[in-house]
Design a protein around this ligand. Sequence first.
Ligand code: SF4
Length: 262
Amino acid sequence: MNAQQRKTSQPQTLPMTKNQMERGVEAVEWTPESIKQVNATLEGSSPEAILRWGFDNFAPSIVLATGFGPEGIVLMHLVSQIRPETIVFYLDTDLLFSNTYDLRDELVKRLGIRFERVYSGISLPEQGFRHGDKLWERDPDTCCHIRKVIPQRQFLANYSAWITGIRRDQTAFRANTPLAGWDFANKMVKLNPLAAWTSDQVWEHIHANDLPYNILHDYGYPSIGCWTCTKEVAPGDDPRSGRWSGSIKTECGIHLPTIKTE
Ligand code: SF4
């Protein structure tokens, strides 16, 4: 039975990890309710402790997601110290800034990150042929669904848990983000080790450890996605206001099901 088939029914029973077998721990049956209880015990824990809990319970069936924002840099730094063999995946929409690819290459050199590129398999000309040119201007939800949500869903079907860098104070929508929650869309566990951190804490960690970051952050781009949907913001403005500027869209869709249902 493959991971996708396992996910068609709940609850999810995970195979025991090598760590668990060595410790004589019994296989855990994860449900939305049981992960909620774990979340309550993790509240107040450090990001390192949350990551260790994740690796203890899910490795090697756990991956870290990054969009190369400052939170992702912090998590990659921590993961490189705790479990360096962890796969870090990113969604390559074909529309990322060149600075983002430069940062990816720098992270490989500096932290030895094992990146996996997740791609829709649909080129921009092909998308234009099917949906018309510049779909992001007319229907960004469909564009994000094609280039981000579907490829990520297919990729995550091979795993039992994923880690993200979202934080509660980023948007009103993210305010209830748990440290550990159930991802109903992907039927798996989702860890958000930095959920309780502030932006200042993230940047303190980056500077204290002399970590690389996207140079565009120094030029008025606090939140960076596809170049087609990212604008410079004025000092003091909402840091995410440069994303899909001028539309009501605030999320690409990869985090919606988890936050909405909790
Ligand atoms: S951020 Fe914009 S260009 Fe990128 S996938 Fe979403 S709508 Fe398309």
